[in-house]
Write a protein that binds this ligand. Structure first.
Ligand code: PLP
Length: 377
């Protein structure tokens, strides 16, 4: 069976895990966490990046930093992972879902304004498949209405929009290092903080509401409880595992991109024949080969294709069920305007196996099977 995903492992991770153990420092914010933070800051240009226990938690931190309160409204696409919405629902906010663009599967920036009310507090663009949302328009709307922008850049490490790294454009950016992402520490994530004056608040929330980070830097002589906070820092073991990958980030990027391009070239005859659609990447977006998906004619054809591939030992998978039709989505959210594309396009989408070191022969085999399916159907 060719799995949809296999967790990435870079052999130096074993040395680094050993080093973390020998350092006798397994809790958070040791040498490996600092290295990861610095690497991420260098790449993103964000004022500060802090490793977190997940992207879910990074988004929760962003919701706390944005001071989201009961009754506030937050605008986001319905075509996303539950964590994008949960972070704000946990703070008592109402979620306003807007439709996506059929080309990139990202939130349709032209619909955001119609969802704004006097209760709106934030916009949460999700960079699907590591392809940037229309950030210039989104930032302009946010500026006009005084809204906070929190980027769900869970899939966006190493991607840029008009030369700017995803997650570094809005007030906050949230990344994931979950096992299914390009760079992974099992469970983990990071938050990017764009503005200098929010860094201290972020450090406090992440460290159980204490000013412990300041204490460790020697800026104060004892630390204390100063705000409501939680524990959002990952263990050094997780950071050590991730560091092995960040050191060779370009090599991992190239490896994935080679697979992505192989899919795109090999499947283009089917796309040209009008049988399937391939991912679209705007000219000013550099993506990170996080995902290769195709779109079938409709839901029935997609289910048939997934079943056919499974019979041939290939695990292909669909993706998000729109949040606005989920029980919690109905309770905590509301779709603004017409669902023209969210449901329809999500039903057509199927993701193909793509992970570090997936070999070219397997990709050829997968494409052969897809081509055969379309010859028979
Ligand atoms: C993976 C993902 C998340 C959640 O990341 P975790 O690190 O597992 O919490 C959130 N949003 C999107 C768009 C994702 O792809």
């Amino acid at each position: 069976m060719i799995s949809f995903n296999e967790p990435i492992f870079i052999h130096t991770a074993m040395d680094y895990l050993k080093e973390a153990v020998q350092n006798k420092k397994l809790s958070g914010d040791g040498a490996f966490t600092r290295r990861c933070n610095a690497w991420l800051e260098e790449w993103s240009g964000a004022e500060k990046i802090l490793l977190t226990t997940s992207c879910t938690h990074a988004t929760e931190m962003a919701a706390l930093l944005a001071e989201i309160k009961p009754g506030d409204e937050v605008i986001m696409p319905s075509y996303t992972f539950v964590s994008t919405a949960n972070a704000f629902v946990l703070r008592g906010a109402k979620v306003k879902f807007v439709d996506i663009r059929p080309d990139t599967m990202n939130m349709d920036e032209t619909l955001i304004e119609s969802a704004i009310t006097e209760r709106t507090k934030a916009i949460v663009p999700v960079h699907y498949a590591g392809v940037g949302c229309e950030m210039d328009e989104i930032m302009a709307i946010a500026a006009r209405y005084g809204l906070i922008v929190i980027e769900d850049a869970a899939q966006g490490i190493m991607s840029t929009y008009k030369g700017r790294p995803l997650g570094s454009i809005g007030d906050y950016g949230c990344y994931s290092f979950h096992e299914t992402k390009n760079y992974s520490m099992g469970e983990g994530g990071a938050i990017a903080i764009r503005d200098q004056d929010m860094i201290e608040a972020a450090e406090i929330i992440r460290e159980k509401g204490t000013n412990r980070s300041k204490f460790f830097r020697g800026q104060i002589d004892k630390y204390t409880w100063v705000e409501a906070g939680s524990s959002y820092l990952p263990s050094e073991l997780n950071a050590a595992y991730l560091w092995a990958q960040l050191e060779v980030a370009d090599e991992i990027y190239d490896n994935r991109m080679r697979i992505w391009n192989q899919y795109r070239e090999g499947l283009s005859p089917l796309a040209e024949a009008g049988r399937i659609e391939l991912p679209f990447v705007p000219a000013y977006c550099v993506h990170n080969a996080h995902m290769f998906y195709i779109k079938t004619k409709d839901l029935a054809e997609r289910q048939k294709l997934i079943a056919y591939l499974k019979e041939n030992d290939i695990q292909a998978v669909f993706h998000y069920i729109p949040l606005h039709i989920a029980p919690a989505g109905i309770r905590y959210g509301e779709f603004v305007g017409e669902d023209r594309y969210t449901t329809r396009e999500s039903e057509r989408l199927v993701r193909l196996p793509l992970f570090y070191n997936l070999d070219a022969e397997s990709v050829d085999y997968i494409m052969e099977q897809i081509t055969r399916f379309y010859k028979m159907n």
